[in-house]
Design a protein around this ligand. Structure first.
Ligand code: PRP
Ligand code: ZN
Ligand code: MG
Length: 213
């Protein structure tokens, strides 16, 4: 029986287009952007699953997918047992704390006893603890940047890339707590025949990266 690698990619968002481009440059063809959540490559033994990025580490840990592409931010936050096998160098972003533009900022201790809205409670909690700051972390899964303007929190901690979401919500970035880029993750115990396919794929990915530099 010949094996097929199952690779989980983000359905739509910051990582999607670049992830697809990477496989395209590796010469691996599959249908993308058709609305289907699964696609089999026509020229490489791989099947692609299109999922929410936050769910990808869990699917890889469980072995539902053999490989996945996620941001380091999601990989660290979800804290699943997966192996980071390669850094991909795209979809760079940072996890930052932001407050209302009109407010003063003298340092992280300003957040003592305050409310912070975030989708990254673990990364934020670890950072605050390292700074000796105790704050109330309110976990929300999306549209975090709205929180200060509606009185839900004094600060937010969310992903910043171009900065346009902060700008259009009247916020300013005051502290960066984590820097991230896309990474390739693998499930812990890959069967030998799948490992051979991963090695093949990695060889191509590295060749593409070398050609770009
Ligand atoms: C992040 C974040 C902001 C946006 C910031 O979402 O939650 O909404 O990107 O980007 P900008 O600085 O370029 O405006 P993400 O792409 O991680 O999507 P998700 O929260 O839906 O997973
Ligand atoms: Zn997400
Ligand atoms: Mg978001």
């Amino acid at each position: 029986m010949s094996s097929v690698l199952r690779i989980a990619l983000q359905k739509s968002g910051r990582l999607s287009e670049d992830s697809y481009q990477l496989f395209k440059e590796c010469g691996i063809r599959f249908d993308y952007g058709t609305g289907k959540l699964k696609s089999i490559s026509s020229n490489f033994p791989a099947e692609f699953l299109f999922l929410r990025d936050d769910d990808i580490p869990g699917y890889v840990e469980d072995g539902v997918a053999d490989l996945g592409i996620v941001g380091e931010n999601v990989a660290v936050e979800t804290n699943r047992q997966v192996n980071t096998i390669h850094k991909l160098g795209f979809s760079k972003c940072r996890l930052s704390i932001a407050i209302l533009r009109g407010n003063d900022w003298s340092g992280i201790q300003d957040l003592e006893g305050k409310n912070i809205a975030t989708s990254y409670p673990n990364l934020l909690g670890t950072y605050l603890a390292s700074q000796g700051v105790t704050a109330n972390i309110h976990e929300i899964s999306g549209s975090v940047e709205i929180a200060p303007s509606i009185g839900l929190a004094e600060a937010v901690c969310d992903i910043v890339s171009s900065g346009s979401t902060l700008l259009s919500n009247g916020l300013k970035e005051v502290e960066t707590i984590f820097r991230s880029e896309a990474i390739l993750i693998a499930r812990p115990e890959l069967p030998a025949e799948k490992q051979t396919l991963v090695d093949k794929l990695l060889f191509r990915i590295k060749a593409v990266q070398v050609a770009k530099n």
